[in-house]
Design a protein. Structure first.
Length: 195
């Protein structure tokens, strides 16, 4: 992240996203596919590490294999396979939606995962119980643990969508996009941005 200063002098916290040009790998139509969409491909991938069906799909579009593809519905522009979309597609001052995978935290206890406070005091026979979850439920009734009970488990690594992020600056020469606020995921992670 970085920060920029507005025209009135207020500081804006921004996330810098490097958005290299995406290639149109397929255009779906109502007649052939039953819905309208544009499929974009991102990144470069070795041909020997790509399934043969995908190699044929990308060759049909006249491009090399891509790391990831994503379909966008309701696309205003008329595009054909092989066209490139860069950061100049976005305009300064508009709002975008960003989707990505949040940082994975691994297996975490109830204090970190759900904000439990643990056992309050360390005296009166409490031994290593300060971060424990406590009682889970009844014994003879209901004789089970209810679904959805907040317990220790895997945390993070979820699909997160952040809406209404303002495009502060667009730099087509370096393929950079500056968005106001934070986007989900770690540094170097892949995100999907749309208007």
């Amino acid at each position: 992240m970085t920060s920029l200063f507005d025209s009135d002098g207020s500081m804006i916290a921004c996330t810098i996203i490097e958005a290299e040009p995406n290639v149109v790998t397929q255009v779906k139509t109502m007649e052939k596919d039953g819905y309208k969409a544009v499929q974009l491909g991102f990144g470069e991938r070795k041909e020997k590490r790509t399934p043969s069906a995908s190699i044929g799909h990308f060759k049909k579009a006249g491009t090399t294999p891509k790391v990831m593809t994503h379909e966008f519905l309701e696309f205003e522009q008329e595009l054909k396979p092989g066209d490139k979309l860069g950061v100049d597609f976005f305009e300064e001052g508009t709002f975008v939606t960003v989707t990505g995978n949040s940082k994975g935290k691994g297996f975490q206890g109830v204090v970190k995962r759900h904000g439990f406070s643990g056992v309050g005091e360390a005296s009166h026979g409490q031994h290593d119980r300060s971060r424990a979850p406590g009682s889970l439920g009844g014994s003879s009734y209901p004789s089970r643990v209810f679904k959805g009970l907040r317990m220790a488990g895997r945390m993070g690594g979820n699909r997160i969508t952040t809406e209404n992020l303002k495009v502060v600056k667009v730099d087509p020469t370096k393929n950079l996009l500056l968005l106001k606020g934070t986007v989900p995921g770690p540094k170097g992670g892949i995100v999907i941005i749309w208007k």
